[in-house]
Design a protein around this ligand. Structure first.
Ligand code: FAD
Ligand code: FES
Length: 386
């Protein structure tokens, strides 16, 4: 059995008039308002107005679990919609420096009032998450990108879905679960979540309510630290981290499910290994919030100098990602995920060779756009327009 998203429940399409405005009106306005961009004038009238950028106003912020806040943002009309599981990049100026970080939309694709929900967990010494926790209040204007990422439910819904998450990795799969429930999806859904304690789960009460209201939704919560009485509707599994044995015992149909995992690198790697050992990788989609293991270039590949031409700074290549080498020189290029997902750190390489830390792909063209966070200079001098 498959379920197709009903036409009236599709994510809202872009405004067709915006295409014409973008092609004709925006370039004209930009010429008329030179030297400043039209946005500079528009934001004097209303800080959410922009010709191209997505900006949003925070409408409410609440503490949803210890260490987590949940916020709702009403985006401006440039927003083109999202699919359950996608994220946006927030960019904020903190102490005069632009910082970007990815946050997954937690709303259902069929969210009724046009607001987007996000849940942000405050990391230890986390710069942006700490800032959001301290500073966000109703009325704050945030700058976000369009929704990105292919960690999404297929448009033709699968027969059976298994959603696995750990810690703050709950956010994209929460969006998937809400979306499926709103669509009255009839297939079996298992929601398997790992947290330190039951109380650490931001959507604990809503999850229990969804499981109680939808007989096809099975809610399994595994706690790694403290054993607590589970909420109604949730099946509680003491006993720590993910394992094949745990999966076989509690989710016997896992081999038939289309599966999603999101969380720390450790959880994602363990889940991937089980799916790979069973030759089921094609049925698993994974997203992790921290960087995967990198391919480290050999000592012979690490040579030459790195020049950041716009800043006039040169340093001996130490084999670290270009982002880190720039930061070590005191430069503050924009970055978000630091793992090749968000493209915030993209800059033009004008000379030399670089290798991608996770794919091993070598880029030799002199003029090419590279992601500073996941590229390392190899085999001689490299120049970057930064
Ligand atoms: C696709 C995606 C979706 C995400 N969705 C969510 C979500 O829905 N909710 C959520 O809470 N989080 C989410 N995240 C994580 C989020 O983007 C941030 O990584 C997280 O909030 C931490 O950011 P921060 O600025 O608070 O911490 P940072 O200050 O960036 O610190 C994070 C870690 O990086 C280390 N670090 C910081 N600076 C450096 C440096 N210069 N060199 C080396 N290491 C450094 C720190 O020690 C720390 O361990 C998502 C991430 C991705 C990739
Ligand atoms: S910081 Fe996200 S791709 Fe480099």
């Amino acid at each position: 059995m498959t379920t197709q998203v009903p036409a009236n429940q599709m994510p809202r399409p872009a405004n067709p008039h915006r295409g014409l405005m973008a092609r004709v009106g925006v370039p004209l306005l930009e010429r008329l308002t030179t030297p400043h961009s039209p946005d500079r004038y528009l934001e004097m009238l209303n800080p959410t107005w922009s010709l191209r950028e997505v900006r949003g106003v925070v409408t409410d912020v609440r503490h949803s679990a210890p260490g987590s806040i949940t916020l709702r943002v009403r985006p401006n009309s440039n927003w083109r919609g999202f699919r359950a599981g996608q994220h946006v990049v927030f960019t904020l100026a903190i102490a005069g420096v632009r910082r970007s970080r990815c946050y997954s939309v937690t709303s259902s694709e069929h969210h009724g009032d046009g607001r987007l929900e996000f849940t942000v967990r405050k990391g230890p010494d986390g710069l942006v998450s700490g800032f959001l926790h301290a500073e966000l209040a109703p009325g704050t204007i945030v700058h976000i990108t369009q929704a990105q990422g292919d960690f999404v439910l297929p448009m033709t819904r699968p027969e059976q879905v298994l959603l696995i998450s750990g810690g703050s990795g709950i956010t994209p799969v929460m969006s998937m679960l809400r979306t499926l429930c709103d669509e009255k999806y009839q297939g079996a859904v298992t929601f398997l979540h790992y947290s330190r304690t039951v109380d650490d789960v931001p959507y604990g009460h809503e999850l229990a309510e969804l499981a109680a209201a939808h007989p096809n939704v099975q809610l399994l919560q595994v706690t790694t630290q403290q054993e607590t009485t589970p909420r109604d509707g949730a099946q509680f599994i003491p006993g720590g981290h993910f394992s094949l044995e745990q999966l076989e015992r509690h989710v016997p149909g896992w081999r038939q499910a289309t599966s999603y995992v999101c969380g720390s690198g450790r959880l994602v790697q363990e889940v991937r290994a089980v799916w790979a050992a069973n030759e089921l990788e094609h049925q698993l989609k994974a997203e992790q919030f921290d960087p995967p293991a990198a391919i480290v270039p050999s000592d012979t590949e690490i040579s030459g100098n790195v020049t950041f031409s716009r800043s006039g700074k040169t340093v001996e290549n130490n084999g670290r990602p270009l982002l880190e080498q720039a930061e070590a020189l005191g430069l503050t290029p924009e970055y978000g995920c630091r793992m090749g997902i968000c493209f915030s750190c993209t800059r033009r390489k004008t000379a030399g060779n670089v290798t991608h830390l996770y794919t091993g792909e070598v880029t030799t063209e002199s003029e090419s756009d590279i992601q500073l966070c996941v590229t390392v200079p190899v085999g001689g001098d490299v120049t970057v327009d930064l």
